[in-house]
Design a protein around this ligand. Sequence first.
Ligand code: DP6
Length: 396
Amino acid sequence: MKTVTCTAPVNIAVIKYWGKRDEKLILPLNDSISFTLSQDDMCAKTTVTISPKFTEDKFWLNGKEESLENPRIQNCLKEIRRRASKRKLEGSAEDILNWHIHICSANNFPTAAGLASSAAGYACLVYALGQVYGIEGDLSSIARQGSGSACRSIYGGLVRWHKGELEDGTDSIARPIAPADHFPNLRVIICVANSERKKTGSTDGMRQTVQTSKLMQHRIKESVVSRMESMIKAIKDKNWPAFCDLTMADSNEMHAVCQDTFPPCVYMTDTSHAVANLVHQYNDLKISQRDINHKVCYTFDAGPNACLFVPGAVVEEVLALLLFAFPPSSSQSPAEYVRGIQAHPVTLSKELTSMAGEDIESGKLMYLIHTKVGDGPRVIPDADESLLDATTGLPK
Ligand code: DP6
């Protein structure tokens, strides 16, 4: 029997992946860039066990047994086994490739709520499989075949997914471009607006956009290409204000092409727009105070939740502003409402409280997750952390 437990992070794109040039191989129409988030607050965890005693392959996800017939999981498994058999030819002793496999995965955050759970999940699965079969080299091209955005969760810090040019997709890989502390003391606040399952999943949404949106042609041929260049420069120069503007512009453009899709794919809600509006007001104040390095930026994936990137120096102020503008529902304690890194509340100036407007209503946001940028997947050596029982190979 051989077993390994791993965790893998969520990533949030600042230049979005939206649209494929190959559905089966999951090859994107444009390059994308993301921040990998800390696994202290959000991660996927997977235990993979292989044993000559197992009679069939089995898979459990978030406590429920699921079919392994899912073509995306099968593609990942196939590619892992192909690479492992190459290694075997190079001289590995046991014929472990014939052993059946048990996989148990869990996320510690809402699945399919636009919180990139599939990215962390597939990155974790592929990383754990890679460990079990001793696979060396790039795993991002395998994770990509589970879910496109998963390839970026294979690395920490700032990560670029190169769309690649080849038809077989072998050059469509992710690469780290800057470490987690590239923008020192950067914090992340995820404003969870709704944890119900989203309406149109990313896969269907982006397919419909590619098929129907004219604006998408402009994005792919022009705007995202030049924005990518500017973003790489902003990162290289550590130009935080430029980074913020490019991040917000790209999120807005992704949601514009979603709106231009026929029928429209609408992911942002009134609450999402209210958070974005608050960020712009906050930034206008910072600009008027000649404090542009304390700008904040938002980005939205295929769901209503805002992800905010916030310089550490102002994170307490921004949290206090969010609490003021989006108070928790009366049944929630502050600790239930603001999860993750603890922060000390600050008193807000009049200028800041006036940004919240007149119609402050509690319960628009379900909760906030205060976290930071982090590293790539990890092996968890502690056997107590395994999700599968060491003797039976079944979920604990
Ligand atoms: C909006 O990776 O979930 O989060 O490749 O079809 O599985 P598939 O899609 P997925 O798309 C995520 C899109 C996004 C933007 C991004 O992460 O870049």
